[in-house]
Design a protein around this ligand. Structure first.
Ligand code: ADP
Length: 191
């Protein structure tokens, strides 16, 4: 039973490395960003609620996000554990996750954070915008997403640091280099 959260600012590479890390740990990836985008694409009620927030670079309200994640984590495939990609991002979400784990007699094993400096992030996201056409990859929205991360999520990274759960990974360099660092962290989490 392994429960890990993968954190990092927009563009740090969470989506690129989540499957590798999860595969090593033997757990599924639960990506809140992917779930929201799928709901938007499917035109569900949740998608309609989320879309405005995604397009503006704002976080979807905690009660909406928390309910969605609790629902997803109740599925059978999450029984051996899970890698959360992009959740929690606020202190309130972290409290909900702690409670969910406590209720199941579990603890959070690790918080992996990918570190990349700000201008590099903007460059990567603008480059991705040309390829993927995500509605939130315009320069204004990118800067807003980075600000929201700094305001709402960095305090949570500090909290996990105080709880001795943090594994910092240098997210700069090419994908292969970061992969090696992620593999080393996977071994440290689950020797
Ligand atoms: P990125 O980290 O590059 O911004 P994600 O795909 O992880 O990309 O998230 C895209 C968007 O989905 C966020 O900007 C936000 O609107 C929404 N979102 C994802 N995860 C959360 C969360 N835990 N809480 C609130 N909103 C979220």
């Amino acid at each position: 039973m392994t429960t890990v959260v993968l954190m990092g600012p927009p563009g740090a590479g969470k989506g690129t490395h989540a499957e590798l890390l999860a595969g090593k740990l033997g757990v599924p990836v639960v990506s809140t960003g992917d779930i929201f985008r799928a709901q938007v694409a499917a035109g569900t009620e949740l998608g309609r609620t989320a879309q405005g927030y995604l397009d503006a670079g704002e976080y979807v309200p905690d009660e909406v996000t928390n309910a969605m994640v609790c629902d997803r984590l109740a599925a059978d495939d999450a029984r051996p554990g899970f890698l959360l990609d992009g959740y929690p991002r606020t202190l309130d979400q972290a409290a909900v996750l702690d409670k969910l784990l406590t209720d199941q007699g579990r603890v959070l094993d690790a918080a992996v954070v990918l570190l990349v400096d700000q201008e590099d992030l903007v460059r990567r996201l603008l480059h991705r915008a040309k390829i993927e056409h995500r509605s939130d990859d315009t320069e204004d929205v990118i800067r807003r997403r980075l600000q929201v991360y700094a305001d709402q999520t960095v305090p949570l990274v500090s909290l996990y640091g105080e709880r001795d759960l943090l594994h910092e990974v240098d997210g700069t360099g090419d994908v292969a280099e970061v992969r090696e660092r992620i593999l080393a962290v996977a071994c440290a989490i689950q020797p």
